[in-house]
Design a protein around this ligand. Structure first.
Ligand SMILES: Cc1cc2nc3c(=O)[nH]c(=O)nc-3n(C[C@H](O)[C@H](O)[C@H](O)COP(=O)(O)O)c2cc1C
Length: 161
């Protein structure tokens, strides 16, 4: 279990792909898993580290997540970004808007990762979609390892004292 206070803020609307990643990470790290709506009622400055993630929709994170980040002033200084996507290898493009919104606030991004997520957008529905069965156990395990690494690289209050 992590000793730092970690919040994992996500929105998952297509096939609950991102939810599976967020939930497993919460269990592995002892972090608090919040939807964007739940996070609106929480004082994020209480957390040492926040992970932000959603599926990718038309080349960027979900608009509600982007809006949340742009409108909130209590985001802690250390965050990580994640997503699930039909084409996760292009996450350096898909994460651009969220990355920019955080960097504009001077927030340090410790790391970014993306995992395959079942995608049945548009005509893909007729062939059963792409990335069917993802995120699978291997993806979720990689995602929890990543979150543990992010937590381990965040100084605790006692180590700063
Ligand atoms: C309307 C729509 C647009 C999408 N656009 C993209 C995209 O631009 N790039 C991509 O890699 N995946 C795209 N996807 C696939 C989703 O990002 C993927 O299925 C993701 O895992 C959904 O996450 P969720 O189930 O947590 O909402 C799109 C899916 C939908 C429904």
């Amino acid at each position: 279990m992590t000793v730092i206070k970690l919040a994992i803020i996500h929105i998952s609307v297509h096939h609950h792909n991102t939810y599976k990643v967020a939930e497993a990470r919460g269990v592995a790290t002892g972090g608090t898993v919040l939807t964007v709506d739940e996070a609106k009622k929480v004082d994020l400055s209480e957390y040492a580290l926040v992970g932000f993630g959603s599926g990718i929709f038309f080349s960027s994170h979900h608009p509600a997540l982007l809006r949340f980040v742009r409108e909130h002033d209590t985001i802690p200084n250390k965050v990580f970004l994640f997503s699930t996507a039909g084409l996760p290898s292009l996450h350096w493009i898909w994460h651009r808007l969220l990355r920019k919104a955080l960097q504009k606030k001077g927030i340090q991004i410790l790391g970014e990762a993306s995992y395959p997520g079942w995608d049945t957008v548009g005509l893909l529905r007729w062939i059963g979609g792409i990335q069917r069965g993802h995120p699978n156990e291997k993806d979720v395990s990689a995602a929890t390892q990543f979150a543990l690494r992010m937590a381990a690289s965040t100084p605790t209050e006692s180590s700063l004292a």
